[in-house]
Design a protein around this ligand. Structure first.
Ligand SMILES: Nc1ncnc2c1ncn2[C@@H]1O[C@H](COP(=O)(O)OP(=O)(O)OP(=O)(O)O)[C@@H](O)[C@H]1O
Ligand SMILES: [Mg+2]
Length: 310
């Protein structure tokens, strides 16, 4: 499989700080990949190396097979980058700002104008395209940032902390827009954020970056398993009435290590998935399982372990 982004033992040392430490990460075509980690984790540094804007101390990084360090122009041609603090000319309109960008990218005006209208429509700014950007809200500016990303018709969009500083409603809109960009324009998206709760919903896969190291990579669920592989799997069952004797019966099920009883509530520590035999057993004894919940490795735990300071 050819990866859209592939980092191999990527390391960046600034004076005495190891900003990125032996990173291996892989992004697939068409996915929304969340590079998530608290402040100072190394997200922006990774992105800058990906774009060839800063050199790795060791290791390498490729985008669509191009080496970012030695072939940055080729990387630039297929990538759009929205920096952490994007700036626009406040005294120009949205349309003029985008035209300025397309000219920088040597897109002929006629073609550019059509494209600009199209992307302003996608991000919902058509009605205000003639207004000076200085009059825009933060959320509108962020949407204009998305338009700036789209106007280059990239294969890969790199968005560094796109939701920072926007109100909750604006965040919802922006995340929906990112998802739409991914699904309708078929753009692969790398999005960095220190706001785990906020952005993980729209990510197909995430990489958890902490102190420059990738702690785990995959869907949120897979990531939880990788991080908490040594912790126990717990199944919580609430019965329709208290019946402590049931424990003796349940304990005969293979794969159950221990059961703790708290009134009608059972906490079953399992060695493998025992949901089916447990439910069957409970029903056979004339009781009902009113609630059954697998305590997976929750977002909460990932958050507590890495993101609290972020
Ligand atoms: N130009 C630089 N010179 C020296 N140290 C740097 C430089 N850029 C980043 N660092 C350090 O490298 C580490 C990683 O920084 P980076 O900006 O990549 O983190 P981040 O995950 O993007 O954080 P944030 O969420 O705050 O944007 C930090 O300790 C930071 O202080
Ligand atoms: Mg950053």
């Amino acid at each position: 499989m050819e990866w859209v982004v592939e980092a191999e033992n990527l390391t960046k040392v600034y004076q005495d700080v190891k900003a990125v430490d032996n990173l291996n990460l892989h992004i697939k075509e068409g996915e929304i990949y969340g590079l998530l980690g608290p402040n100072g984790a190394g997200k922006t540094t990774t992105i800058l190396m990906m774009l060839g804007l800063t050199e790795p101390t060791s290791g390498k990084i490729k985008v669509y097979g191009y080496n970012s360090t030695t072939e940055p122009l080729k990387v630039k041609r297929v990538t759009s980058y929205l920096p952490e603090n994007v700036g626009f000319y406040e005294d120009l309109t949205a349309f003029e700002n985008l035209l300025y960008l397309t000219r920088l990218n040597s897109i002929p005006d006629k073609e550019a104008e059509k494209k600009i209208e199209e992307v302003l429509g996608i991000v919902g700014l058509s009605d205000v395209k003639g207004r000076e950007v200085g009059t825009y809200s933060k959320g509108m500016k962020q949407r204009l940032g998305m338009a700036a990303v789209l106007v280059k018709s990239p294969k890969l969009a790199i968005l560094d902390e796109p939701t920072t500083g926007i109100d909750p409603e604006g965040v919802e809109e922006l995340l929906a827009l990112i998802k739409k960009m991914s699904r309708e324009q078929h753009i692969t998206i790398l999005l960095s954020s220190h706001l785990l709760y906020q952005v993980q919903r729209i990510c197909d896969r995430v990489g958890i970056l902490y102190k420059g190291k990738l702690q785990a990579e995959g869907t949120i669920e897979e990531v939880g398993k990788q991080i908490f592989k040594d912790t126990e799997d717990v199944l919580e069952v609430v019965l329709n009435k208290e019946k402590p004797e049931i424990v003796e019966d349940l304990k005969k099920i293979e794969g159950i290590r221990e059961i703790k009883v708290d009134g009608p509530r059972l906490r079953i520590i399992e060695e493998k998935d025992v949901r089916e035999p447990v439910v069957r057993n409970i029903i056979n004894t004339g009781l009902l399982p009113l609630e059954i919940k697998k305590e997976g490795y929750s977002l909460e735990e990932i958050y507590l372990k890495y993101f609290q300071e972020g």
